[in-house]
Design a protein. Sequence first.
Length: 189
Amino acid sequence: MLYGKYELLDRLRAYKVRRAPGEPPGKYETGTQNHEGIAGTLAAVNYLAGIGQQHGEAYRDRFPGFSGRRLDRKTGMTVLREYDHVLSAAILDELETLPGVRIHGITDRGRLEERVPTVSFTWEGREPREIAAALGAAVLAVLLIAGSCSRSPAAAGRYSLSFQDAGAACASHARGVCGRILVATRTTS
């Protein structure tokens, strides 16, 4: 991605293929554009805006200079970030109960805004491969869903499904963002 003032970009010489236009931004876009990437970016922006429209009303006053889709994206990111804090706290709470587990990174609940809900840890006396295999055998996947799951893996008969409340601690939960957590575990048969 290239960002700059039009006048400066226009003065710079671009090494380009003959078919590329002679003025910015086209003169810097040689070759075939990444249409898949453009479509994916649009889908991500629409997703964030949709979350903001559906669940971001409580956060709109935090962004006084924004309106429309820009405001929807800002509030959507805020809703997701709040849920990240809930996930981080839940993961940390569980890992801290296990003897011999050392969590790498920020564990202070007052600093959760400085991390993502992905936690690195080591477990004394256990190899990473052993931990991963145990998790894979016990829990196949944990998926956040916002309603019923009509295309669940249970349809194949290889998994048993249980729904767990995502947690009353999440302020977004009352607005339906967190939904439920679907835990799919392997069946023994």
